[in-house]
Write a protein that binds this ligand. Structure first.
Ligand code: ES4
Ligand code: ZN
Length: 326
């Protein structure tokens, strides 16, 4: 046959997913209308035409502009529900979901509105979609360390719904060490820690994420390959890396998917997972990433199964929860 027989997507966990990055143009315009927010685009097609990025910052500019339409708890519930419905179709059984409270509080939306709204969708996700979830509160690394501390303190009433803290936004010039104190505070409160590092930033940022922040996982981390000692450390300790292939192509971390270092990372013995990052912006959800790497990197079924199994191993589920899903 000319086409592969279609098989159901592999069951998997998604560990690197910004909920604000799942805002599709259709929902953005619907919420804009409902909330009386003026968007600087005439229609959905004009918005889609703006989805052309030359690096992380050009994407972030649009990402923060579009989330102006998210105002009420219901908006966040709808956003998360739309993601979960699509995730189920992509084989997702467990999702550890980032959110950026500072991107909302800066616009006058209280952190409680964000967390309550998201929680309403996540709480019913096991029954509605067969997906278990965790929430990861991310600090914006291009804001001050002081603001991150204030954000963490404002989240204290909600910590029973937060599994981990993370670090995202503009990487270069904002090393992990800037956030030593807030990560120490989060760990003292019993939270796990992750951080974006080695996406656009150098290997030294991955070292800092490990040694200064004490992260349990590294988000992206693809630039670790520039430092053999770092690769050896990540492999020896089996520290998970949440890699996002279509994101890396869209944001020009790699020139073409065929050049992506994922196969080299697997060969180096790294605990790699495949994720979608900001799927509304980067051309696909998580199984779309799996299908793209199968086609363009020539990965076989065995390697794809390893990547799916890794996603559960790298999750914050306990051993029993993991075993139930693998
Ligand atoms: C992000 Cl791809 C990426 N990198 C860093 N921060 C982010 N926030 C949302 N998507
Ligand atoms: Zn990300």
């Amino acid at each position: 046959p000319l086409t592969e027989p279609t098989s159901p997507p592999l069951p998997k966990a998604e560990l690197h997913l910004h909920i604000e990055g799942t805002l599709e143009p259709g929902l953005a315009f619907e919420l804009a209308r409902r909330n009386g927010v003026e968007l600087p685009f005439a229609d959905e097609d004009a918005l889609r035409a703006a989805y052309s990025f030359d690096g992380l910052q050009s994407f972030l500019d649009l990402y923060y502009a579009l989330m102006a339409v998210l105002r009420t708890a219901d908006d966040f519930t709808e956003l998360a529900d739309a993601y979960l419905a699509r995730a189920r179709q992509q084989g997702v059984r467990h999702a550890e979901i980032f959110f950026d409270p500072q991107a909302h509080t800066a616009r006058g939306v209280p952190i409680g509105t964000v967390i309550e709204g998201l929680s309403r969708a996540l709480d019913r996700a096991p029954e509605t979609y067969g997906i278990s979830t965790r929430l990861i509160l991310c600090f914006l690394r291009d804001a001050s360390a002081e603001e991150a501390l204030e954000t963490f303190d404002s989240a204290r009433p909600y910590l029973d719904r937060i599994t981990a803290v993370g670090l995202d936004s503009a990487e270069v010039g904002n090393p992990p060490s800037k956030f030593r104190e807030v990560f120490a505070r989060a760990r003292n409160a019993g939270l796990r820690c992750v951080a974006h590092a080695g996406e656009e930033g150098p290997p030294s940022y991955v070292w800092e994420a490990l040694d200064v922040l004490g992260v349990d996982r590294v988000d992206h981390g693809v630039r670790c390959l520039e430092d053999d000692t770092l690769v050896a450390r990540l492999a020896a300790e089996q520290i998970p890396l949440t890699v996002c292939p279509l994101s890396n192509v869209t944001l020009r971390v790699v020139d073409r998917l065929a050049d992506h270092p994922l196969p080299a990372m697997l060969d180096a013995g790294l605990l790699v997972t495949v994720n979608s990052d900001d799927p509304a912006y980067f051309g696909g959800y998580v199984d779309d990433n799996f299908r793209a790497i199968r086609e363009d990197l020539g990965l076989g079924e065995e390697q794809l199964r390893t990547l799916a199994r890794n996603s559960f191993r790298a999750s914050f589920l306990d051993a029993a929860g993991r075993d139930a899903l693998i």
